[in-house]
Design a binder for this molecule. Structure first.
Ligand SMILES: [Zn+2]
Length: 164
């Protein structure tokens, strides 16, 4: 799935893990949990049948931009958690795809390993190429609606992250 859609799950994951009253408790544990959940969420999204509605270059640029904007907007005390969420949601692609993409774009010769994460293997990946993308479009819409719903549902925690 496009990086932007993976990143879109980072805020919902963070606000689901954080409880309003125990937000300061066990920070290290929460940062780790959020990172691992981000990786798991990446797996779920990649296993769902999907096309790539956003061209790769724009996806990478917008993804980087979104990360910078979220980093700047989030309150300092929650920055590490949100960074862990964003890192987790894109970590599998960084591990399995980054060197191949860099080699392809820049003509470098970085080492490319076998894919580590099973949802990047042909058997389990939901990647669709040259196929009908209507189901993929529906799944993308459902994802965005879920992201918005969780942010609305956990708006009290969202306010802790971004409120001034
Ligand atoms: Zn992936």
């Amino acid at each position: 799935m496009n990086i932007l859609f993976h990143l879109s799950t980072s805020i919902p994951l963070t606000v689901l893990v954080l409880q309003e009253k125990t937000v300061a408790v066990n920070r290290v544990g929460k940062v780790l949990l959020i990172f691992i959940l981000g990786i798991a969420m990446h797996g779920v999204l990649d296993a769902v049948p999907h096309c790539y509605p956003i061209p790769a270059e724009w996806d990478a640029i917008a993804g980087l931009g979104l990360m910078v904007v979220l980093f700047m907007l989030v309150n300092r005390s929650y920055r590490l958690m949100v960074m862990a969420a964003m890192a987790g949601t894109i970590f599998p692609d960084l591990v399995d795809h980054a060197t191949a993409i860099i080699n392809h774009r820049l003509g470098w010769q970085l080492p490319v390993w076998d894919k580590l994460f099973p949802w990047h293997w042909k058997t389990y990946s939901g990647s669709l190429y040259n196929q009908d993308c209507s189901l993929s479009a529906l799944y993308h819409i459902i994802l965005i609606m879920l992201v918005l719903f969780v942010c609305w549902w956990r708006r009290n925690v969202l306010w802790l992250l971004f409120g001034r």
